[in-house]
Design a protein around this ligand. Sequence first.
Ligand SMILES: [Zn+2]
Length: 497
Amino acid sequence: MDIRHYTVALNVDPQQKTISGYTEIDLNLSKATDVLLFDLWHGLTISTVSINGKKQNFTHTNDDLVKINLSKALPAEKIKVKIAYGGKPGVAERAPWIGGFQWEKDSKANPWISVSCQGEGAKIYFPCKDHPSDEPNEGADMIITVPKGLVVAAPGLLQKVTTKNDKSTYHWKTKYTISNYCLVFNAAKYNVVKRAYTTINGTKVPMEYYVLQENMDKAEKLLDLYVQSAKILEKYFGEYPWAKERIGLSETPHLGMEHQTNIAYGNKYRYDTLGDKHFDWLLHHEFGHEWWANKVTNKDWAHMWIQEGICTFGDAMAIRELGGEEAYLQRMKSTAMHTQNKYPIVRGDEVDSDSAYHGDIYGKGAFFMHTLRYVIGDEIFFPTLKKLATDPQYTYDNFVTTDDVEKLFSIASGKNLKPLFDFYLRTTNKLEVLVKQTGDKTYDLSLQNFDMLLPVEVTTSAGTQRMELGKKPVKITSDTQPVIDEKVYYLKRVILE
Ligand SMILES: [Zn+2]
């Protein structure tokens, strides 16, 4: 099946901590079938399932599978599945890392509701096909009903608000393709602070912050930082990806998440200083995911470093823009030091999200981009990275793998970079550089465990130069012991002999 569209319509009761309603799934069947499968957390209860308006038999088992047994096989065609359900959704244990619902309160004891489910999947609260490789290409509608007085923020554009008796219904709609875990909402006594942002291509996009009333006085400053980050991200990665809708931000009780057009922000206005500017690392990082995760999406969790690692490299680009090249190099040195190398970054071609997700997909992933930048040079690296974020074959309805990224950079640079990608992404090895003293002032330099020529900075008594090193020893002369890769472009081990 190919999912085309979701409608998630729910009545949300913060007092009972329950949800009830339905999800409609529009999909194309690629071949005839008499059974359909979906994912929904087993703790929720399904009341009815229908296909094209006709009720169907189903089972819903403890492994979170909804199996619809059709009395008559369906041909390969477009169908509409409607699943009515409800109950108490799982509460987040440690959002956003261990996600679920958060039924929190603001400082005046008003309900403050948030959903996060990147690791668990959207099946924790609505029925779906829960795999990153199948997004609803025609977008989604979210129709969320809450007690009157609460405001709901969700993806896309707000269509309308209807209030009846003591309840308000917010209808949000996105026409863009979107990851399941971004199809979430927040509700609170929000105020909305707005301004217009003009993209790098000249498109005017509304920028909106759904802020708790108690933090109204902090909203304008945060939007200033949002604009600052937008300019940096657009410079490196191209126009804001959802320019036909909006640049959204919602204040959440958890730290943050990259929810498309509605970034979750919970960093509590704690700013760093870079150069003479303030900077919110969390805001910048989650916003960077609008390009790396939401627009450029991994085909399988196995390649999640493309989302987290390149997004983290985008954080380093902010440091470069605001603090300068030297500050960027310092950041990369400390990233290298914090690399754990316990597991490879890519652990197969299809793995589950738990195996794919570990600390190194961020730092080591970003550091790998730093290595790549050094190996192929800025003139090829930066335009190629922008191409990855803008070319239709890698974006929106299309998905990417590590091999796609490798081939793109290999073709752009005219070098076979596969050995380098494999070495740093599919193993935990470090580059071993042997410095062998052969005479009073002479040395042989070689790579021990890597069979490709790599540029390496070598500092001798004559100064620093970029040299090509490989398995075959290169002879140099120096009055002092040579220093290898002083600025740290590689994760490496230097062996002195
Ligand atoms: Zn991230």
